[in-house]
Each structure stands twice: as C-alpha cells, then as structure tokens.
Write a protein that binds this ligand. Sequence first.
Ligand SMILES: C[S@@+](CC[C@H](N)C(=O)[O-])C[C@H]1O[C@@H](n2cnc3c(N)ncnc32)[C@H](O)[C@@H]1O
Length: 214
Amino acid sequence: MSKTLNRIEKTYSAVAEVYAEAFFDEHRKKPMDREMLERFVREMGDRQPVWDFGCGPGQTAKFLKDAGQEISGLDLSEELLDQARRLYPDIPFQKGNLLDLDFENASIAGVVAFYAIVHFTRDQVEKAFQEVFRVLKPNGILLFTFHVGGETLHIDTFLGREVDIDFMLFPAAFISQSLKTAGFTLVEIVEREPYPDVEYPSRRAYVFARKPSP
Ligand SMILES: C[S@@+](CC[C@H](N)C(=O)[O-])C[C@H]1O[C@@H](n2cnc3c(N)ncnc32)[C@H](O)[C@@H]1O
C-alpha cells in the first residue's frame, strides 16, 4: 500500500472512536447535506446497488438508509468500519480501497463519497474518479463532497490525537475537469459557505456527476 494510504489508515485508526462520536449526527446540523442526500435518493429511485465509498463511521449511509435507500459502506480503515458496524448493524460495511476497487465494471448504480478525497493528491483524485466511473453502470450517479480551495494543510492534531497527515482543498475547476476526463457528465457543483460553529471553516462543494449511457 502507498505511503499516503498507510497514513490515512493510521490516522483514522487513531481517531476512529472520537470521530464516530463527533460526526454520527452531523447531517442533522447541515441542511444542505440533507437536501443533497434526499435529492440523491430521489434520483436513484429503485436502482441498486448503492455504495457509500469512504464511509467513515457510517453516518451518511445511515442517513440514506433512513431516507429509504438500501446502501452498503466501504472504507480503508478497519477501525472506522468497526464503529460503523457497532452503530448501524443493519447496514453492510466492508473494507476496500477507492483507488483500486474490488468491483466488476458497470456493477454499481450509485455512489456517494462524502469528503473521501480530502487526503488524496491530485493524481489520486483522478484515479479515484476513473475507478468510480469504471464500476458505475451507465446512467449511474456519483454524489460527492469536497473542501473548496487550492491549499494543502498539514495536520498534526486531529480530534485531540496526534496524527501526521495532509488535508487537501481543491479548486472546483480541477474537480470538474478531472470528472470530465474520467468520462463523467458533470451535472452540477453546488458550493456553500461553512456552517459557523458546526464544522471546519472551509467552503464546501457538493458534486452530482453521471456516467453517460453508451
Ligand atoms: C474525511 S473522512 C470522511 C468520512 C465520512 N465519509 C464523513 O463524511 O465523515 C475520509 C474517509 O475516507 C476514507 N478513505 C480515505 N482513503 C480511502 C481509500 N483509498 N479507500 C477507501 N476509503 C478511504 C478514510 O478512511 C475516511 O473514513
């Protein structure tokens, strides 16, 4: 596994329990998260299967499940997956790597990935988009979020634990170009200001992209 992926795994192992505590009800505090996730459920209709990639402790999968969406979660961190399974035993969660997905081509109807790319280099973001494009069925939908900007922040304390990881912000133009290069039709990027006193004060973006039918 690459150095970046080792760091990601190590970081989330260190914070898994506190991360689950801090984020389990985050969508309750974030109206635009709810609006976008509800729109995703409407757009998916009864298409299956749907996955949450980089699901962390499972709060987004849980929100979607409560909104009527059958869903499974995938993450790199076994410790976060343990938290997700403990909190939401009725949702299947499994270990996997977004940069090398263990799924057949054109086998998944919809993917959500909230902040799953925040530790990726730009090359890895492009690779992740290629992988999601490969596994999506024609007309499949990807909804993901990222922090808008251009800088890389080095983090050495996270949720009270010592860590050693980079946290990336991306320009919307880079994201939209990378999605198009991977083959996606970009449906929409919706940006918003951070919610004060609720989250890290960075500008946020929600992206809907679609794999065109041949
Ligand atoms: C910022 S957290 C977001 C977690 C959750 N989606 C949320 O919104 O709270 C980034 C997540 O992506 C996962 N992740 C990072 N790289 C990954 C990879 N290559 N494959 C699968 N999951 C990955 C991390 O383990 C972590 O759970």
